[in-house]
Every structure is written in structure tokens, then in C-alpha cells.
Design a protein around this ligand. Structure first.
Ligand code: NIG
Ligand code: FE
Length: 420
């Protein structure tokens, strides 16, 4: 039988299979579906066979002593922005806090820079970031708006995302995050800003500029009531929901996610057992962002602000049965990395997650967090051929060997888009 492309004799194929209909929890989360010394055959952009068989192909990748994984699904990013906040970061390492910086700089600083940038400039920078992601093994990414905070600039960012979709091989899922924080000009009129966000939603829908609506439910963003108001308006317009929940404190975002049947609640550093129970009942994915915990240097494990030692909290969530995913949260403030591998390394070190938990959370469960698990997130017959070959002999090396990119070849929709 003849395929277009064949990956031959991989030392391990991490299929992350048998979870296309529901995310992995419990014992399934501990299972990576590993095939040893196996092949993957690809035709017309899809996986047509996995295992040990006799396919032929025009193009063959010899994966001897290498491993193959599904492309990572980075299900939470703020990739479209201008400028850098590296000056703030140095102050952070010297002790200044994220909340303190938020008052004069933080998100608002990036809003200022992003408003000044043209669509073309933002597209150029976005394409560069997507290249970096692809070279680090990510093949699908969610991108939020949220550094415009007025109609013109929020729409500009969503149009940038549309341009990126047409000009880059990466699969991109767009999210409207007009409710990222209250902009300066509405400082004394929060209600007015919430109304503005609600008025933008139908316009976005008309142009199909976003599939999801997200809200930063936090002391630095929006109250429970404001968040509910915005998310309900978005739901009425047919958008799916996400929410930044329990990031810098406990603000009931996870309960709101459960009430409104959001697809995911993200961050969750301050989530309680009761929040997690509600999320499980409402089938909500918990998107964990350990890169933020690490980068902000605030919620280090056991920090006095947290009621419970952080790794114990994460283990508790997983043992309660919460389906968890991992993402970068790539942005210029709270987590400045495009690399899922870096986040996975951090998940092991800060959250004490196992290799299998980490890889499943970065592939198939992350695909569920975007409602795309029928198409991507695992190596199974019929799925899109989004695959990455790594230059190491077993999957543990991806996490054990830190700070080093092990990507050898990236295959997107059946085509080789990057080769080391
Ligand atoms: O997910 N918390 C809200 N938004 C981002 C950070 C944005 C920024 O600092 O620029 C986050 O952490
Ligand atoms: Fe975020």
C-alpha cells in the first residue's frame, strides 16, 4: 500500500489514544498508549495507519532511536501584542509584585504599545512567534485578543489572528478577551466598559472573528457579576466560553464556569476542592498554567499566600478526577514563553505531575479544551497528521532533559513544515 509520507521504526510512538470522546482522567491519564518500534503512515494530510506494517511511500522519515508524539495543543495564549515588559520582569525578580505592577504598567502598558502598532506590524510579529512555537513542537494554538480594550483595537487584534490563520500552517483558535482588564479611560465607569464589551460581541460574531469568549475574573480584572454578565451575553451569541479563574486570589470564577457550562476554567492556583467538584460535575476542563506560577516568582510551592502546598493542591485536583490540560499562557507579563516543552518541564518540577499526566494534558486533553479532540491531540487513524519527531529515545527525556529543544521534524497536516 502506498502512503504520501511514512515515519519508520520509531523507538516509541506516544499515541495518547482512546480519549477522543472524553478527556483523560484517573487511570487513563496515566496511560500514553505507547507503541514500540513502530511506524505511522500518512495520506492526504491524515493518519492512515499506526503500528507495524508494510506501507511504502514517496517520502520516508527514518525515526530509528527517535520518538513520535502528537503535535502539542497550546490551548491558552495571548500571542498578539506589541512591545516587551522585560524591564518589569527584572523588578519582579527583585520583589515587586504582579498586582503592584498592574496599577501603573502590566497589561495596561502592553495595551498602550499594542494600540500604537499597525495590523501589519502585529501580523509580522505574530508569524515570528508562531514559527518559534512550531519549531518547539506545537501544531495548534488558541490566541486571545485583550490588549486592545476598545472596539477598534480589539477588532484589529482579531483581524490579525485571521491573517495569521491564512498565512501560517499552525491551526489557530481565536478567542475574544475584551474583558481582560478595565482600560484607563473607563477607570471611573466600569459599567460603561462592561456595556462596551457586550456591544462588541455581536459584531465579532457577524464577522466570525472568534469562537470563544474569555473573561479575567479577578481583582485585577472583572468581578463575578461583571464576568457573568459578559459571558452570558457571549453565550447568547453562540460563542463558547473560557474563563481566567482563581489566578491571583479566590474570586469564584471556577463556580461561574460550572454554572455557565464553560469549556474550560484556566489557572486555578487558588481553586478549592468545592470548586473542583463543581467543575467535574459540569464537565469542565481545568487548564493549568505552571509557567505562570514559575515566571511570576510569587506562588512558589508552599508560599504563605496559598492555603495548601501547591503540588498537593494539583495532585488533589487530579485525584478528585478533574480532567486537566496544560498550556503556555504565552504573554509579555505573566508567562513569556512560546514553548510547551518548557511548560511541561515546569509542570513536573513545580506541580509534581507524572510524565504521562503531562503529555496527555498537553495533547489530547488540551485538544478537548478547544473542543477539537475529534480531529487532533492523538495519533490515531483518521486524525489530522499533526506529528512531531523528537531526537531522543524515550518520552521521559522530553521532561527530564530541561531547557533544550529536542524537536527533529514537525509534520503539519501531513506535510513536513520544519526539519532540524
Ligand atoms: O493569563 N491574567 C490575565 N492575563 C494574562 C496576563 C497578561 C499580562 O500580564 O499581560 C494571564 O496571566
Ligand atoms: Fe491568560
Amino acid at each position: 500500500m502506498k502512503a504520501d509520507l511514512l515515519i519508520r521504526n520509531a523507538n516509541e510512538i506516544i499515541t495518547a489514544d482512546r480519549a477522543s470522546y472524553r478527556p483523560k482522567t484517573g487511570k487513563y491519564l496515566q496511560d500514553l498508549g505507547i507503541l514500540k518500534k513502530s511506524d505511522v503512515a500518512i495520506k492526504n494530510g491524515r493518519i492512515v495507519d499506526v503500528g507495524f506494517f508494510k506501507w511504502e511511500a514517496e517520502e520516508v522519515i527514518d525515526a530509528t532511536n527517535k520518538i513520535v508524539l502528537p503535535g502539542f495543543v497550546d490551548c491558552h495564549t495571548h500571542l498578539v501584542f506589541a512591545g516587551s515588559r522585560s524591564f518589569e520582569y527584572e523588578a519582579k525578580t527583585a520583589g515587586s509584585s504582579y498586582a503592584g505592577q498592574h496599577k501603573t504598567g502590566g497589561i495596561l502598558y502592553t495595551v498602550e504599545q499594542t494600540r500604537k502598532a499597525s495590523l501589519d506590524e502585529l501580523v509580522k510579529k505574530g508569524l515570528k512567534d508562531l514559527d518559534v512555537m512550531l519549531r518547539h513542537g506545537t501544531t495548534t494554538v488558541e490566541i486571545k485578543s485583550g490588549y486592545g480594550l476598545d472596539e477598534e483595537n480589539e477588532l484589529k487584534i482579531l483581524r490579525v489572528i485571521k491573517e495569521l490563520q491564512s498565512n501560517h500552517p499552525m491551526t489557530i483558535m481565536p478567542t475574544f478577551l475584551g474583558a481582560h482588564t478595565v482600560p484607563q479611560e473607563y477607570k471611573n465607569d466600569r459599567e460603561g466598559y462592561v456595556d462596551l464589551v457586550k456591544r462588541i460581541i455581536p459584531k465579532i460574531r457577524r464577522e466570525r472573528l472568534a469562537e470563544y469568549c474569555d473573561v479575567f475574573c479577578d481583582k485585577l480584572g472583572f468581578t463575578y457579576k461583571e464576568s457573568k454578565d459578559i459571558l452570558q451575553a457571549a453565550k447568547k451569541e453562540g460563542l463558547d466560553l473560557k474563563i481566567h479563574a482563581e489566578q491571583t486570589g479566590h474570586n469564584y470564577g471556577a463556580r461561574l464556569a460550572a454554572k455557565l457550562k464553560a469549556v474550560s476554567a484556566d489557572h486555578l492556583d487558588y481553586a478549592t476542592e468545592k470548586d473542583v467538584t463543581g467543575m467535574i460535575e459540569s464537565k469542565i476542563i481545568g487548564v493549568l498554567l505552571p509557567g505562570v506560577t514559575y515566571h511570576l516568582t510569587e506562588l512558589i510551592p508552599g508560599h504563605k499566600k496559598l492555603k495548601k502546598f501547591l503540588p498537593a493542591k494539583i495532585r488533589g485536583m487530579i485525584e478528585q478526577g478533574l480532567p486537566v490540560a496544560l498550556a503556555t499562557d504565552y504573554n509579555p507579563g505573566s508567562c513569556n514563553t512560546q514553548s510547551m516543552k518548557t511548560v511541561m518541564e515546569t509542570a513536573a518540577r513545580l506541580y509534581r505531575m507524572s510524565y504521562a499526566e503531562i503529555i496527555n494534558a498537553s495533547t489530547i486533553n488540551a485538544a478537548h479544551a478547544l473542543k477539537m479532540a475529534h480531529e487532533i491531540g492523538s495519533i490515531e487513524i483518521g486524525k489530522k497528521a499533526d506529528l512531531v519527531v523528537y531526537d531522543c529515545e524515550e518520552h521521559g527525556m522530553l521532561i527530564d532533559n530541561f531547557g533544550v529543544n529536542l524537536v527533529d521534524t514537525v509534520i503539519k497536516d501531513g506535510k513536513i513544515v520544519y526539519k532540524k
